[in-house]
Design a binder for this molecule. Structure first.
Ligand SMILES: CC(C)(COP(=O)(O)OP(=O)(O)OC[C@H]1O[C@@H](n2cnc3c(N)ncnc32)[C@H](O)[C@@H]1O)[C@@H](O)C(=O)NCCC(=O)NCCS
Ligand SMILES: Nc1ncnc2c1ncn2[C@@H]1O[C@H](COP(=O)(O)OP(=O)(O)OP(=O)(O)O)[C@@H](O)[C@H]1O
Length: 289
C-alpha cells in the first residue's frame, strides 16, 4: 500500500482526516452497547469466533487503509486501483484476526466513501452526504457490479454471492453501486431525527440500527437464517420501532430481549451494522470539508 507515492502532498491532510473519521465511525458501531446478535464490548452476540478485542485488532490493522484509500481518491482513480487497496486491506484484517471476517463489508463500503470524499476534497467541492454517495454511484457503480467478489471459499463463491443467487438480493455491492440508498433514506433520517429530539448519540445510533435492520436485505442474516431468518429479524426490528423505538421508556430492556432472541437463532445483522457505520460517516462528512 504505497499511495503516498501516487498523490500530491497537498492531499495528505484531508485524506488523513477523512480516513481517521471512517475508523472512528467503525469504532462507534462496535462500541455501541445494546445491539441484537452483534458483537459489543460486553457480548459476542451470535458469534463464537469473535469478540470486542477481535474488532479492536481488526481496526488497528486498518488504520493506514482508510487514509490511503481517501488519498487514492484524490487522484480520481478507476475502480481497479480501489479494489487492489481493498483486497490488500482484507488480507491485513485476516492476518490480524487469525482469519476471522470482522470488517469485510466495512472495508468495501467505507473504503469507497473515503475515496469519494477524497475526490470531492481534491476538487474543492463541499463534502455532503448526497454528493459523496452520488460520486460512488457515478464513478465506480458499474465497475463494482461487474467485478468478481473478494471473499471466496473453496467453491469459489463468497457467502454474499451464494445467498444473492439463492434469494435474488443484491447485498453490499448493490447497495454501494446505487449510492447507499439504505443509509441515505433510512439510517440517516432515523439518526438525525432522534439526535434532534433527544441530543443522545447512543439512542440515535440504536434507532438508526433498528431502522436499517427493518429495511435492508442483509446477506449476513440470509446466510445464517435463510429467508425466514431475514423476515424474522426485519419483523422484530419493525415491531421495536412501532412501539416507540428508543423513545420508549424501557427501550434498553426491549433491545436486550431481541438480542437474546437473535442469539438463540444465531442471527447477526452484520450488513446493517456496517450501514450504521456508513450512516455515521455520512452524518459527519460535512464537517470534514
Ligand atoms: C464486495 C464485497 C463486499 C464482497 O461481496 P459479497 O457479495 O461476496 O458480500 P459478502 O456476503 O461477503 O458480504 C460482505 C459484507 O457486506 C456486508 N453486507 C451484507 N449485506 C449488506 C447490505 N445489504 N448492504 C451493505 N452491506 C451489506 C456484511 O458485513 C457482509 O459481511 C467485497 O468483499 C469484495 O469484493 N471485495 C474485493 C475488494 C473490492 O472490490 N474493493 C472495492 C474498493 S474498496
Ligand atoms: N458489531 C458487529 N458484530 C458482528 N458482526 C459485525 C459487527 N459489525 C459488523 N459486522 C459484520 O458482520 C460480518 C460477520 O458476520 P458473519 O460471521 O455472519 O459473516 P461470515 O464470516 O461471512 O459468516 P459465518 O461466520 O456465518 O460463516 C462481518 O463482515 C462484519 O462486517
Amino acid at each position: 500500500m504505497a499511495s503516498g507515492r501516487l498523490v500530491p502532498d497537498r492531499h495528505a491532510l484531508p485524506a488523513r482526516r477523512i480516513g481517521r473519521f471512517a475508523l472512528a465511525c467503525l469504532y462507534r458501531e462496535v462500541a455501541l452497547a445494546h445491539k441484537p446478535g452483534l458483537v459489543t464490548p460486553w457480548s459476542r452476540g451470535s458469534h463464537e469466533d469473535m469478540d470486542f478485542s477481535t474488532f479492536l485488532r481488526s481496526l488497528q490493522s486498518l488504520r493506514h487503509y482508510f487514509p490511503e484509500i481517501a488519498a487514492c481518491g484524490c487522484g480520481r482513480p478507476d475502480f481497479g486501483a480501489l479494489r487492489s487497496l481493498g483486497i490488500d486491506a482484507e488480507r491485513h484484517m485476516l492476518r490480524a484476526t487469525g482469519g476471522i471476517n470482522t470488517h469485510r463489508g466495512a472495508i468495501f463500503n467505507l473504503g469507497l466513501l473515503c475515496a469519494a470524499a477524497g475526490v470531492a476534497a481534491a476538487g474543492r467541492q463541499r463534502l455532503e452526504p448526497a454528493s459523496v454517495c452520488a460520486l460512488v454511484r457515478e464513478s465506480w457503480g458499474a465497475s463494482m457490479l461487474a467485478a468478481p467478489a473478494g471473499g471466496h471459499d473453496e467453491a469459489g463463491l463468497s457467502h454474499g454471492q451464494k445467498v444473492a443467487v439463492r434469494h435474488g438480493v443484491g447485498g453490499a455491492r448493490a447497495e454501494a453501486a446505487a449510492g447507499f440508498p439504505s443509509a441515505m433514506a433510512v439510517g440517516l433520517p432515523a439518526y438525525v431525527s432522534v439526535l434532534e429530539t433527544t441530543g443522545d448519540e447512543t439512542r440515535a445510533e440504536t434507532q438508526a440500527l433498528f431502522a436499517l435492520i427493518a429495511s435492508v436485505d442483509d446477506t449476513n442474516l440470509l446466510w445464517r437464517g435463510g429467508a425466514a431468518g431475514l423476515a424474522h429479524a426485519k419483523r422484530s426490528a419493525a415491531d421495536f420501532l412501532a412501539r416507540g423505538g428508543v423513545l420508549a421508556r424501557d427501550w434498553r430492556g426491549r433491545v436486550d430481549a431481541i438480542d437474546a432472541d437473535f442469539r438463540s437463532r444465531r442471527l447477526s445483522p452484520g450488513g446493517s451494522a456496517d450501514l450504521l457505520a456508513v450512516t455515521l460517516f455520512l452524518a459527519g462528512v460535512g464537517a470534514l470539508g
